[in-house]
Ligand binder design. Structure first.
Ligand SMILES: Nc1ncnc2c1ncn2[C@@H]1O[C@H](COP(=O)(O)OP(=O)(O)OP(=O)(O)O)[C@@H](O)[C@H]1O
Ligand SMILES: [Mg+2]
Length: 207
């Protein structure tokens, strides 16, 4: 089982959106996926309630229950385990970082937001997982008219020695609407730009 942790201590940076869509992408590729919803706001769980299909499966957990849930998912034969983390505690996120094969850090393409996530980058370094596990940044909610923001963000990330996923997530209505409908963007608008973005990021992870 491959474990993907979606991380960012910055709130509203697109973690849940990415976790859900990558899990749906796994399902569409014939892999069974579970999302561990670590956020007390339970956005992933609410999405699952609105969803017609039971998969990807979503299970709410706190940091204490995470490793047990992870072991249970492995035993039940899930192929992919996505962790949708909360925007808050360092200690809680560390539990998720420790079991991850891949860490995707979401951030909006703004210099202020990127400066604010240095804690998240420290967390990955603290766990000394940067070499063992694949960690990268994904810019999210990129406005199509502002290539300058994206380019400046990518330059700053290079300075911080963070690997950046060549595919970013644009600000698109499909991400918002599909979440409400209990779908992934690849289901909601299979030929849309958002579906292309998710497919590219999923491929980049090589899971
Ligand atoms: N690429 C996007 N395009 C348009 N809207 C988006 C995009 N990504 C996220 N959103 C919207 O932005 C809001 C925050 O996104 P999301 O819930 O995924 O962030 P989060 O990091 O999980 O937030 P939190 O830190 O509160 O858990 C949601 O309303 C979501 O629909
Ligand atoms: Mg969230």
């Amino acid at each position: 089982m491959k474990t993907v942790c979606i991380l960012s201590q910055k709130g509203g940076s697109g973690k849940t959106t990415l976790a859900i869509n990558l899990a749906v992408a796994s399902q569409l590729k014939g892999k069974s996926a579970m999302i561990a919803d670590m956020d007390s706001q339970q956005s992933s769980s609410m999405w699952h309630t609105a969803r017609a299909d039971d998969f990807p499966y979503v299970q709410a957990t706190d940091s204490k229950g995470l490793k047990q849930l992870h072991a249970a998912a492995e035993e039940q034969g899930f192929d992919h385990f996505f962790i949708d983390t909360a925007p808050t505690s360092n200690k809680d996120s560390l539990e998720a970082v420790e079991i991850a094969d891949v860490i995707a850090v979401t951030c909006k393409p703004s210099i202020m937001d990127l400066r604010a996530i240095s804690n998240t980058i420290d967390l990955i370094e603290m766990a000394k997982l940067k070499d063992k596990c694949k960690a990268f940044m994904v810019l999210s909610m990129v406005e199509h008219y502002s290539t300058r923001d994206r380019e400046e963000s990518e330059a700053l990330l290079k300075e911080l020695k963070m690997k950046v996923c060549p595919q970013w997530l644009g600000t698109r209505v499909a991400y918002r609407r599909s979440l409400i409908e209990g779908e992934g963007v690849q289901e909601y608008e299979p030929r849309g730009k958002a579906a292309e973005e998710i497919a590219a990021i999923h491929k980049f992870m090589k899971i």
